[in-house]
Design a protein around this ligand. Sequence first.
Ligand SMILES: CCN[C@H]1CN(CCOCC)S(=O)(=O)c2sc(S(N)(=O)=O)cc21
Ligand SMILES: [Zn+2]
Length: 260
Amino acid sequence: YYPWGYDGDNGPDHWHKNYPIAKGRHQSPIEINNKEVHYDPSLLPWFASYDPGSAKTILNNGKTCRVVFDDSFDRSVLRGGPLPGVFRLRQLHFHWGSSDDHGSEHVVNGVRYAGELHLLHWNPKYSNYLDAVRRTDGIAVLAIFLQVGKTPKPEMKRILEEINAIKTKGKEAPFPNFDPSVLFPKSHDYWTYHGSFTTPPCEECITWIVLREPIIVSSDQMAKLRSLSKNAENEPDLPLVDNWRPTQPRYFRMVSASFL
Ligand SMILES: CCN[C@H]1CN(CCOCC)S(=O)(=O)c2sc(S(N)(=O)=O)cc21
Ligand SMILES: [Zn+2]
């Protein structure tokens, strides 16, 4: 088992040695630049229908803070937009920096945000999630930028209050009754393109839906995320920060916009 990471000799430039697809032609994240984006008037609006009862636990896996949902049936789903049907919500997680001026994975017209929230969904036309991961239309990730500002979104508090219970790698806590759509920004405008996981195994199975409007978080809330540790309880403290992959070449991919 190859312990990939984000720094030094197990960082993003080395992932390809154990995950060759990391040097593929459909990798994520990417730079989204207005002059290269193509407005597609045929793109439909997307809709999330999430059941708060499907939220189960929140955990620190040493790489991010993740909330896991019951995806044993079409209980919490994302549909519309570029998607060919309903996709089941499986988990959400975050990427963030060591300071407020960077931390997002996608970069918009040169702008890096303080962080990025990913909601991962899989296509139930495949028998299970692991099968979906091997298909080009298997996974859909809704990405929402975190921007530091004065009037933070109160709904972020619920997640950040749990951080104290999952300080170190492997810690997990119950996280019942949560509908992540409370975190969504007002506008549903999005960019969409075909890409990959931004971490190993870097499979190119993701329809990315990147929201144009960031959600506002406070600097204290970002500091809360940075208070997580990537080590286990009885190991020396290693801050869990900068868990973002640099942008990858776009090659011949079209980035479509749902808005003019
Ligand atoms: C830390 C490992 N992160 C991975 C783990 N999984 C993928 C592997 O699945 C089993 C084959 S995942 O589906 O949970 C997932 S989604 C994203 S991202 N940043 O692209 O939204 C990364 C990852
Ligand atoms: Zn992610």
